[in-house]
Design a protein around this ligand. Sequence first.
Ligand code: GLV
Ligand code: MN
Ligand code: MN
Length: 406
Amino acid sequence: MNRIDKELETLAAFSDAPAPAVTRVVFSEQDLKARAWLKRLCEAAGLAIREDAVGNTFFRWQGTDPALPAVATGSHIDAIPHSGRYDGTVGVLGGLEAIRSLQATGFQPRRSIELILFTSEEPTRFGLGCLGSRLMSGVLPTSADATLKGSDGATLNEVRTKAGFKGNLESTLLKPGHYDSFVELHIEQGPLLEARRVPIGIVIAIAAPASMRITIEGQGGHAGAVLMPERHDAFLAAAELALALEAFAKSTGSVDSVATTGVCDIHPRAINSIPSRVVIEADIRDTDGDRRDRMIVSLEQACVNMEAKRGVRITREFINRDAPAQCDPRIVGTVAGVCDANGIAHDRMVSRAYHDSLFMAKICPASMIFIPCYKGFSHRPDEYASPEAIAGGVKVLAETLARLAC
Ligand code: GLV
Ligand code: MN
Ligand code: MN
C-alpha cells in the first residue's frame, strides 16, 4: 500500500462510527487525537507548526526566501456523522504527501509552502460550515466567539478553550497578501470526472451556498380530539415549505440550482400530539448567486403565504448567505500547465460543494484540484477514491506547488 493510502486508513480509524463509516466532529476526542497524530507526521517531515486560536493549524516548509508570501494548500479532517474517509482528508494528507515528494527530489522552494488544516469545514457542531476559513478571511466576525453555539449549547469560546485552543480570535484573521496563492486538493464529490474518465478537474468557480433556519409556531393539541378544520399544524406547514423549496429549485431552468431541507425538529415530538413548533433548516445553492437569491425570495414569500394559509407564525434567519467564488486564472492556468506537461487529461469545472477555498479566494488567488471518486458518492460510508486517483492528484498538486513556489 502507498504511504498516503495507509495514512488515510489510519486517519479513518479516528472515528466515533464503526468502519467503514467515519464520524469525526470538530474538537471531539477523536478529532483531537487525529490532530495530534497529524502533527507528529508533519513534524517528522520537518515542517514548523503554528496553531491559531480556533485550531486552524499551519505546517510550514520554509522557502529560501521566507519573507515572501507563502504558497498554501490544505483542507479539513472533520467528517460529518456517518460519512466516508476521503472528504477533506485527501487534501490534508495529499498536501503533506506532495510536500514530502518534493522534498525527496531535493527541490528547494523559494516561497515557503504551507499546509493548512482548517477547523470545522463541516457544519456539524456549530451549524456553520468553513468556520476556520471564515474567520481567517474575516467573513465571520470574531464576535462569533460568544454568539455562535455548538450543538450542546456551549459557545465557540467555551468549546475551543476546552479543546486547548486559547487566545483572542483576532489572531485568526489573515490579511490579503498573507498568502501568494492557495490550491486545495479534494475528491470531486460528484460523478462527472469518473463518468468522463478524466483524472483531474480544475475548479474555476465554487457555487454560492446559503442556509436558512425557519421556525414555525402552530398550535399543539390532542391528536384525537382536535378536529381537522381547527388545526394549525406546524409540521404540515413545514412539509409544504420543503416541497415548495424543491419546486423552486426545479423550476429555475438550471441543473445548478439545488435545495435541501436537511433538518426538521418537531416539538413536542409525540405521536398523539399535534406538532406545535417545528424548526427546519434549508440549504440552498447555485453557481449563479442571483439565481440562488431568487430561490430565497420565493421561499420567503412562501413563508408569508403559509402564515395566512395555515394560521401559523413563521420566523426565519440566515445561517449563512455566501457569494460564489471565482477561481484565479493564474492558478487554474498553472494546474492546467502541469497536467499538459505530464499528458494528464483535465476538465475545467465548477464545484457545487463548498470548501474552505470559497473563503481563501477572498484573501488570495485560489483554485482547487479535483480527483474522481466512485460514482460521485460523498458524505456516506462508501465514499471511495482509488489509490491511482489519489496518487495522480498528489502529483499534480506537488508540481503545482513547486511552480507557484519558484
Ligand atoms: C461541504 O461539505 C458541503 O456541504 O458542500
Ligand atoms: Mn464534506
Ligand atoms: Mn470537504
